[in-house]
Ligand binder design. Structure first.
Ligand SMILES: [Zn+2]
Length: 233
């Protein structure tokens, strides 16, 4: 039994929540304390993968890494409620009409721990979930399998559910983006209305920042600047 199954304790550090007088805590009653909330380090800026908007909530710092390890490696199911504590009400509204597509995880690991980590977190903000993208065979992305081969290691079933839907791909951590790119490749043939991505954390969020030199605004500003320079000549 998780020590914080006794109500009123922070899911992460087990500190009593009764002492928490912050306005956010009084309004939303998050299951973690203010101290732990602040140790999730928020990212800022716009991100994208394969030209699809990507929301990255946190930096993959030591705190996040430890909480994720306790959740996935030590099978602490109660921590499913810890990651989105700060975002839950917004996500419920923002993605109320989306179909949430879960990034595939290792079946042997899920069997051992008795739950699918991404699925358990997604269920905290939606009931409209698609789990039809799976791994063809067991592999760990950190193993010698080259990242670009990930696309050949995934398959999709029951993709008809994606037709005309607003799709949100959900994953816990984005590293190279190869899994997300492979998922987009499997999803697009079913012509969803839109595709967005939500991930909890990245160790290098800047890697997914839009390429300014290619963006419309950058090219527009560059063109205007050239015209102004010509006029000054
Ligand atoms: Zn805490």
């Amino acid at each position: 039994m998780h020590p914080s199954d006794q109500k009123g304790q922070c899911l992460i550090c087990f500190a009593p929540l009764d002492d928490d007088c912050a306005l956010f805590s009084l309004l939303y009653h998050p299951p973690i304390c203010q101290n732990c909330l602040h140790r999730f380090e928020a990212t800022s800026g716009n991100f994208s993968v394969s030209k699809k908007p990507l929301a990255i909530l946190y930096h993959y710092n030591e705190f996040f890494k430890k909480v994720l390890f306790n959740y996935k490696g030590r099978d602490d199911y109660a921590l499913k409620d810890a990651f989105l504590a700060n975002h839950l009400s917004r996500l419920k509204k923002q993605y109320a009409s989306h179909l949430v597509v879960i990034a595939p995880s290792s079946e042997p690991d899920n069997s051992r721990r008795g739950f699918c980590p991404n699925l358990a977190i997604a269920r905290t903000f939606t009931n409209d979930i698609f789990t039809g993208i799976t791994k063809k065979h067991f592999y760990k992305q950190t193993s010698q399998i080259r990242r670009e081969l990930v696309k050949d290691a995934l398959k999709i079933e029951c993709g008809d559910r994606l037709w005309g839907r607003k799709v949100l791909i959900f994953d816990d951590v984005i590293t190279s983006g190869s899994t997300i790119k492979a998922m987009i490749g499997l999803i697009m043939p079913y012509q969803p209305e839109s595709v967005e991505i939500l991930v909890l954390a990245s160790s290098h969020p800047a890697r997914f920042a839009p390429d300014k030199k290619r963006s419309f605004h950058y090219r527009l500003l560059a063109a205007l600047n050239i015209k102004r320079c010509k006029r000054l000549d």
